[in-house]
Design a protein around this ligand. Structure first.
Ligand code: GNR
Ligand code: NI
Length: 173
């Protein structure tokens, strides 16, 4: 089960709006296994298929503490069916290594999705789990944490990411 390369901003593939999963089959389950391995290796608390260049509406989350047993949650074709309140959380993103910024999101969400067996479930979440669900769902729509920042912070993060990037220099703007 290979560890997959996680795309970094400003890779254009991070802007793709992912397509629904049509059947939850062994191909999807293999993809989930690869994503889990990649997320734990990173390490991160979540990973969206978009971040490894897979055009599918699927993400995984594990917010269990390092010293606790892992609790992998799988969300296929997720939809937020209810949300309430607001919370500010200092977020990171595996597609923005070295960046952490405060983002405002709903305090509580109810998400409906399919699990790795293709069974529908509903989950209500608050705190970090609610943040992660919203962060990952954004990825499936090609939306990134930088889009939640004001113009000044956004430009700072943008320039920082261009500097880190290897390869040919294009003029900063
Ligand atoms: O590993 C991650 N940590 C994190 C911390 C606060 C809010 C959101 C996240 S998600 C992130 C992994 C990631 O980039 N998922 O898309
Ligand atoms: Ni992310």
């Amino acid at each position: 089960m290979p560890i997959r390369t996680i795309l970094h901003y400003p890779d254009p593939r991070l802007r793709v709006k992912a397509k629904p999963v049509v059947v939850v089959d062994d191909t999807i389950r293999t993809l989930i296994d690869d994503m889990a391995e990649s997320m734990y290796a990173a390490p991160g608390v979540g990973l969206a298929a978009t971040q490894i260049g897979e055009d599918k509406r699927l993400f995984i989350i594990d917010i269990a503490d390092e010293d606790a047993p892992s609790e992998l949650r799988v969300f296929i074709n997720p939809e937020i069916v209810a949300s309430a309140g607001q919370q500010l959380y200092r977020e990171g993103c595996l597609s923005f290594p070295g960046v952490s910024e405060d983002v405002t999101r709903a305090a509580e969400v109810t998400v409906r999705a399919l699990d790795r067996d293709g069974n529908a479930f509903e989950l209500s979440a608050s705190g970090l789990l609610a943040v992660a669900i919203q962060h990952e769902l954004d990825h499936l729509d090609g939306k990134l944490m930088i889009d939640h920042l004001g113009v000044i912070k956004r430009r700072i993060v943008h320039r920082k990411m261009l500097k880190k990037d290897d390869g040919p220099r294009t003029p900063a703007h």
